[in-house]
Design a protein around this ligand. Structure first.
Ligand code: KG4
Ligand code: ZN
Length: 339
C-alpha cells in the first residue's frame, strides 16, 4: 500500500492547529498556535477574539505544517478538518480553509468530530489496538465516558451533568487567583500541597451511574473561601501552605472522581482497558493516581501523549485517515455544528 498523507486542520476553540500525518499514525509535522495570551486577561475563551485570531493564524499554520513535513499539495490523500463540536465562528474558519484547499487541490474533504479525535489521540499511543476500550475524554469542554469498538465507533456511557472537569479546574484556579488556563496552574500550585488538607466530597459516587458532576465541588471551594453561602465579599486567600493544600485537595478530588468512574465502567462492562485523552489528561496527578488504581483493579490505563492531549491537528489528521479509508468524506456543502 502506498503511503497516505493527510493534512489535518483544527480550529474548534482557542488553538489554531495544522499537521501532516502519514498512514494515520506517524506525525510528519504539528503546528499549534495557542491563543492563551489573548484570552488570559478575560479569564476564559472569548468567542469573538477566538474567531478573529483563527482567521489571522490559519494560513500560516497550514503553510508551516506543509513546509515542515516537506510536503506539497500533490502528496496529500485528503484534507481533514474539525467540523463539530466547538465555537461556531472558530469552526467556520478551519472548515472554510479546508473546503477551499480541497476544491483548489481537488482532494477529498474529511469532516472530523473533535471528541472522537481526542479518543484517536489516545489510540495513537497504542501499538497494537485491542478493541473494545473504555474511553474517557476529559477536557475544558467535555467529560465523557465511552465504549470504543473501533476508531469510528463509540457508544456514550456517561457524561457530565454540569461543568466539564477542565472547566471546574479553570474556575477553581480563577477563584484561587492562580491564573489561566487553570488546569496547569492548579497542577503547579498543588505540586507540594497536602492533598488531604481540605475535604471535597466526590459527587455521584454512591450510585451505579457513570455520569459526572463537578459544580458541587466548585461551590464547596467557593464556600471555603467566602464562608457559608459564599456571601463574604472580601475573601482572603489562604496562606501559601493552605493555598497549595487547597489546590492539591481540589485537584485530587477531581482526578479521583474521574478515575473511579473509569474503573467502574471497566468493571461494569468487563473491559479492563481504559484510554484517556483531552487536555486534562496531561495532568500529572491523574496519571500517577490512575496508574496505581488501575494496577490494583487489574486494568490497563493508556494515556494520549501529553502533546496530543490538548487541542492539536495530529489527532484530526489521524482520525481523518481512518475516515477516508471508510469512505466517510463530505462535499463542499459541509456545515459546522456547535454540539
Ligand atoms: O482539550 P483541550 O485543549 O480543549 C478542549 O477541547 O476543551 O483542554 C483544555 C483543558 C483546560 O480546561 C485546561 O485547564 C486543561 O485542559 N488542562 C489541564 C492540564 N493542561 C490542560 N488540566 C489539568 N492538568 C493539566 N496539566
Ligand atoms: Zn479538545
Amino acid at each position: 500500500m502506498t503511503d497516505q498523507l493527510i493534512l489535518g486542520i483544527e480550529s474548534s476553540c482557542d488553538e489554531t492547529a495544522a499537521a501532516i500525518v502519514r498512514n494515520g499514525c506517524e506525525p510528519l509535522s504539528s503546528i499549534v498556535y495557542s491563543q492563551i495570551a489573548e484570552h488570559a486577561a478575560w479569564g476564559g475563551v472569548v468567542p469573538e477574539i477566538a474567531g478573529r485570531s483563527h482567521l489571522r493564524a490559519i494560513v500560516p499554520a497550514i503553510d508551516e505544517a506543509m513546509r515542515e513535513a516537506g510536503c506539497v499539495a500533490q502528496d496529500l490523500a485528503g484534507i481533514a478538518v474539525t467540523a463539530r463540536p466547538g465555537l461556531l465562528g472558530s469552526l467556520l474558519v478551519g472548515v472554510t480553509a479546508a473546503k477551499s484547499l480541497a476544491w483548489a487541490w481537488d482532494k477529498p474533504l474529511i469532516p472530523v468530530h473533535h471528541i472522537e479525535a481526542h479518543i484517536y489521540a489516545a489510540l495513537m499511543s497504542v501499538e497494537h489496538w485491542q478493541f473494545p476500550y473504555i474511553t474517557l475524554v476529559v477536557s475544558g469542554g467535555h467529560t465523557s465516558l465511552y465504549r470504543t469498538d473501533s476508531p469510528l465507533q463509540h457508544s456514550l456511557l456517561g457524561a457530565t451533568r454540569d461543568d466539564a472537569a477542565g472547566e471546574a479546574l479553570d474556575k477553581a484556579a480563577a477563584m484561587l487567583e492562580l491564573g489561566y488556563p487553570g488546569g496547569p496552574a492548579i497542577q503547579e500550585a498543588a505540586a507540594d500541597g497536602d492533598s488531604r488538607a481540605f475535604e471535597f466530597k466526590r459527587p455521584m459516587l454512591d450510585r451505579d451511574s457513570l455520569e459526572f458532576s463537578f459544580s458541587g465541588m466548585k461551590t464547596a471551594l467557593l464556600y471555603k473561601l467566602k464562608g457559608p453561602g459564599g456571601k463574604r465579599t472580601d475573601p482572603t486567600l489562604p496562606e501559601s501552605d493552605d493555598l497549595s493544600g487547597m489546590a492539591a485537595s481540589f485537584e485530587t478530588a477531581v482526578m479521583d472522581t474521574l478515575i473511579r468512574k473509569c474503573l467502574r465502567a471497566a468493571k461494569m462492562h468487563g473491559i479492563p482497558r481504559v484510554l484517556i485523552g483531552g487536555g486534562v489528561a496531561c495532568n500529572r496527578r491523574l496519571r500517577t493516581m490512575m496508574a496505581e488504581k488501575a494496577g490494583k483493579a487489574r486494568a490497563e490505563a493508556i494515556f494520549a501523549r501529553p502533546e496530543h492531549c490538548t487541542d492539536n491537528a495530529v489527532m484530526i489528521a489521524g482520525l481523518g485517515h481512518a475516515r477516508l479509508q471508510a469512505g466517510e468524506t463530505a462535499d463542499l456543502q459541509l456545515d459546522v455544528a456547535a454540539s
